[in-house]
Design a protein around this ligand. Structure first.
Ligand code: C2O
Ligand code: CU
Length: 484
């Protein structure tokens, strides 16, 4: 059994441990008591106008009666306390995606905490070490809980944020709605689970099917994009505009135009853009999503107001954002591990013996397939569903050491792979050095692609490592990395 430490329990343990321990930890306790923001999140059923207009509302599961959940915004280095009370009919947790929190605050059910049961509460408390664009979401029954609305934006501001006229957050959602606007059931069905995942039919920006995005000519916008969709990958074209990418997954990068003019955003990834609104007053431009060739659509129209331009001389290009606090991995001396991704449909030999097991059998039989069946594996082991913490860690890493993980996607499908508790540099793809050696917490790996990621394993604990296509995660593409 693992001892689950909440801050409260730790304090009482210190008291019984004797006077010396108590005195030594006094400053820590005092500091822990002063938080900069103290808030509540109440995951519960709700009803929201996803479609807007006079179309019917949608029954969702959401935080504080809204989709997305309330924006959490702090300054770098501040401390947050969030009391989460479960108002759902099932267990839940909250994960602070991309934020390097202490392990006990990470919200991985059975691994870092017991799940929060209906009616029960859990207090998360941590300091935010790095600036950037992050998000929070449920980490229990992820496919259904996030798929029904349990996510929200989490923004950490730089000490001196770059000069822009507006800081705008777009949390992109994707729902599968029935004609009556209700959310379709059938989460974690084996057919979708073994392919691209549950891609919906209704894309939302901040919980609403968007009509237009109103802008003023001449203004500079920092647009923080968050992909909160369960499975959909976005490829956004800002037609007649030249967005510059300034951060990936919250981490600064040299400002540059996206490759091929398209902003690729896989589930759980974030991208900060600097967008200069160079159109004329009264004009319009389309933001299109063209990622899936046969499923291109207009996401939203940028609509210029009739106001005169905010400025007439162009603004200087944006400077690179100040770097965050991750230690630099020692790539030359790093220890190496191979991480294979296998499973799914049409993946050939990469499936190994796994698909001969219960997963495929159940699928072929058309029945007997229950949620959490093993369709996918990491290093040959499937971790379907949340209650799998008894499985051995896939890798045990020495605290403070540098590592390079070669993630080898042997499947026919895309996988956005997320490591908890750390950010890593993506240093090679298919053996070629990457141009920017970008920091990420979620790396999109194409079918049959291999990517090397490098990082210092500096955050002790058991950390989830999984695909963020949520039915792939539920279908087994999840593992634990232990840092000790
Ligand atoms: Cu965004 Cu394991 O999570
Ligand atoms: Cu996947």
């Amino acid at each position: 059994m693992k001892l689950f430490e909440s801050p409260i329990q730790r304090r009482s343990l210190l008291v019984v441990a004797g006077a010396t321990a108590l005195v030594a930890s006094m400053p820590r306790i005092l500091r822990a008591a002063s938080v900069d923001k103290d808030m509540r999140l109440a995951p519960a059923p709700g009803r929201v106008p996803l479609l807007g207009g006079n179309r019917p509302e949608t029954d969702v599961w959401c935080y504080n009666s809204q989709v997305p959940g309330p924006e959490i915004r702090l300054h770098q280095g501040e401390r947050l306390r969030v009391t989460v009370r479960d108002g759902l009919k099932q267990d839940t947790t909250v994960h602070w995606h991309g934020i390097r929190v202490p392990n006990a605050m990470d919200g991985a059910p059975y691994v870092t905490q017991p799940p929060i049961e209906p009616g029960a509460s859990f207090v998360y408390e941590f300091t935010v070490p790095d600036a950037g664009t992050y998000w929070y979401h449920s980490h229990a029954h992820s496919s259904e809980q996030i798929g029904r609305g349990l996510s929200g934006p989490f923004i950490v501001e730089e000490p001196a944020p770059p000069a822009v006229d507006r800081d705008v957050v777009w949390l992109l959602g994707d729902y599968r709605l029935e004609p009556d606007a209700s959310i379709a059931g059938g989460f974690d069905n084996p057919m979708e689970m073994s392919m691209a995942g549950r891609i919906g039919n209704t894309v939302t920006i901040n919980g609403r099917v968007p009509e237009t995005f109103a802008v003023r000519s001449g203004e500079r916008i920092r647009l923080r994009l968050i992909n909160g969709a369960p499975a959909r990958i976005f490829g956004l074209e800002f037609r007649r505009h030249r967005p510059l990418v300034v951060a990936l997954d919250g981490q600064p990068i040299a400002p540059h135009a996206p490759e091929g003019g398209r902003v690729i955003l896989a589930p759980a990834q974030r991208i900060d853009l600097v967008l200069d609104m160079t159109g004329k007053p009264g004009s319009k431009a389309t933001v299109a999503d063209t990622f899936y060739k046969k499923l291109s659509y207009r996401l939203v129209d940028i609509a210029y107001t009739d106001e005169p331009p905010l400025r007439t001389t162009p603004v200087a290009p944006p400077a690179q954002l100040p770097r965050n606090t991750m230690p630099e991995p020692d790539v030359a001396n790093a220890r190496r591990h191979l991480v294979t991704l296998t499973g799914g449909m049409m993946s050939g030999a990469g499936m190994g013996g796994m698909m001969g097991g219960s997963g495929m059998g159940g699928m072929m039989g058309g029945s007997g397939m229950t949620r959490g069946s093993a369709m996918w594996a990491i290093n040959g082991v499937a971790m379907p569903g949340d209650d799998m913490a008894h499985l051995k860690p896939a890798l045990t890493l020495a605290r403070g050491k540098s590592y390079i993980l070669t993630i080898d996607n042997q499947t026919a499908w895309y996988h956005p792979i997320h490591l908890h508790g750390h950010s890593f540099r993506v240093i090679t793809r298919n053996g070629e050095s990457t141009k920017y050696r970008e920091w990420r917490d979620t790396v999109l790996i194409s079918p049959r692609e291999r990517a090397d990621i490098a990082f210092v394993a500096d955050n002790p604990g058991d950390w989830m490592f999984h695909c963020h296509i949520l039915d792939h995660q539920d279908g087994g593409m999840m593992a634990v990395m232990r840092v000790t």
